[in-house]
Design a protein around this ligand. Structure first.
Ligand code: FES
Length: 263
C-alpha cells in the first residue's frame, strides 16, 4: 500500500493508494462477494453434475445440463450423433458452448473481473494490478470470441423448448407436472438471456445507419434493446433457472421428491 497527499480545502490529507484502497464508505465489497458465492457456486455445481453423470433424467424430464443428449451412453438420448465410443459424461459434448457463452458475456466479465480478479474490485476502489491493459492483449483479447459463442448457443433455447414440450409426454399419456412448467420456464429464461445479449442487439440494428429505411430491423432492435437493458438481471435469473431445473429433475429422479401432476 502506498500513499499520496491531496489538498482538501487548506488541509493536506494522506490518501491511500494501491489494491482495494478507496475513500468509499459504503459496503462496496458486498457485490463482489455475492458474485464469488453465486457464480463460484454455480460453476462448482455444474462441474459436479457433469462429472457424476447420473440422475439427470426423470421421465419425461431431462436436465438442461445434458440437453441435447447426443451420445449412446445418455440416460435419455435426444439424437443419435455420437456412438458408443464416447464413454465420458455426455454433458461434456455440449458444455463448451453455453459455458463459453456465459464466461465471455460482457456482463459476467465485469462481474468476475471484479469479484475474482479484483481488477478493480468496484468503482473507485484500487486495482490489484499496477497496470491496466484492458482486453487489448492476450489472453483477454480472446474474450472477443463471444460473438462466435452467440451463434453456437442460438439453437439451445429451441432445444430446451422442445424438451419442455416433450415433458407433456408421460409414460401413461399426455399430462402436465410441475417439472413440465419448470422446463418451459427455463427455456424461456435462456431464450431471454440469449436475445438480450449485446451481440444480438448489434446484429438486429446496431450497425444500421438509418432506421427509417429498415422499420423491421428497428422494431427488432427495440425489442432486443428492452431485454438488453435488463441483461444483468436476466443473466442471474437464467443462471438460477438452469441450476434449479437440474436440481428439480435430480430430486425427482432420485425419489427425494415426487413430481406433482396437474393432470
Ligand atoms: S453480452 Fe451477455 S450474453 Fe452476450
Amino acid at each position: 500500500m502506498t500513499s499520496a497527499t491531496d489538498h482538501v480545502g487548506e488541509t493536506r490529507v494522506a490518501i491511500r493508494t494501491g489494491p482495494a484502497a478507496t475513500l468509499r464508505q459504503d459496503a462496496w465489497w458486498i457485490a463482489p462477494l455475492v458474485t464469488v458465492v453465486v457464480l463460484g457456486g454455480f460453476v462448482l455445481y455444474g462441474l459436479w453434475v457433469t462429472f457424476i453423470n447420473e440422475d439427470y433424467y426423470a421421465e419425461p424430464y431431462l436436465s438442461p445440463f445434458f440437453s441435447p443428449c447426443l451420445a449412446d451412453n445418455c440416460e435419455h438420448q435426444t439424437a443419435e450423433v455420437v456412438g458408443d465410443w464416447w464413454n465420458l459424461s455426455p454433458a461434456l459434448l455440449i458444455l463448451p458452448a453455453p459455458l463459453g457463452f456465459r464466461l465471455t458475456c460482457y456482463y459476467y466479465r465485469k462481474a468476475y473481473y471484479r469479484a475474482f480478479l479484483w481488477s478493480p474490485p468496484a468503482c473507485a476502489v484500487g486495482d490489484v494490478r499496477a497496470r491496466y491493459a484492458g482486453e487489448s492483449r492476450f489472453p483477454l483479447i480472446l474474450q472477443n470470441v463471444h460473438r462466435v459463442f452467440f451463434y453456437l448457443v442460438l439453437p439451445f433455447p429451441f432445444i430446451l423448448l422442445y424438451d419442455g414440450i416433450r415433458a407433456f409426454d408421460f409414460a401413461d399419456g399426455f399430462g402436465m407436472g410441475v417439472g413440465t412448467l419448470v422446463l418451459l420456464v427455463n427455456a424461456v429464461l435462456l431464450g431471454a438471456y440469449t436475445l438480450s445479449c449485446h451481440t444480438c442487439r448489434h446484429l438486429c440494428g446496431g450497425h444500421v445507419d438509418s432506421f427509417s429505411k429498415s422499420p423491421r430491423r428497428y422494431r427488432a432492435w427495440q425489442l432486443v434493446s428492452f431485454l438488453n437493458e435488463r441483461h444483468m438481471q436476466i443473466a442471474w435469473v437464467s443462471l438460477f433457472g438452469v441450476a434449479l431445473t437440474d436440481l428439480y429433475v435430480r430430486l425427482v429422479a432420485t425419489d427425494v421428491i415426487r413430481d406433482l401432476r396437474f393432470f
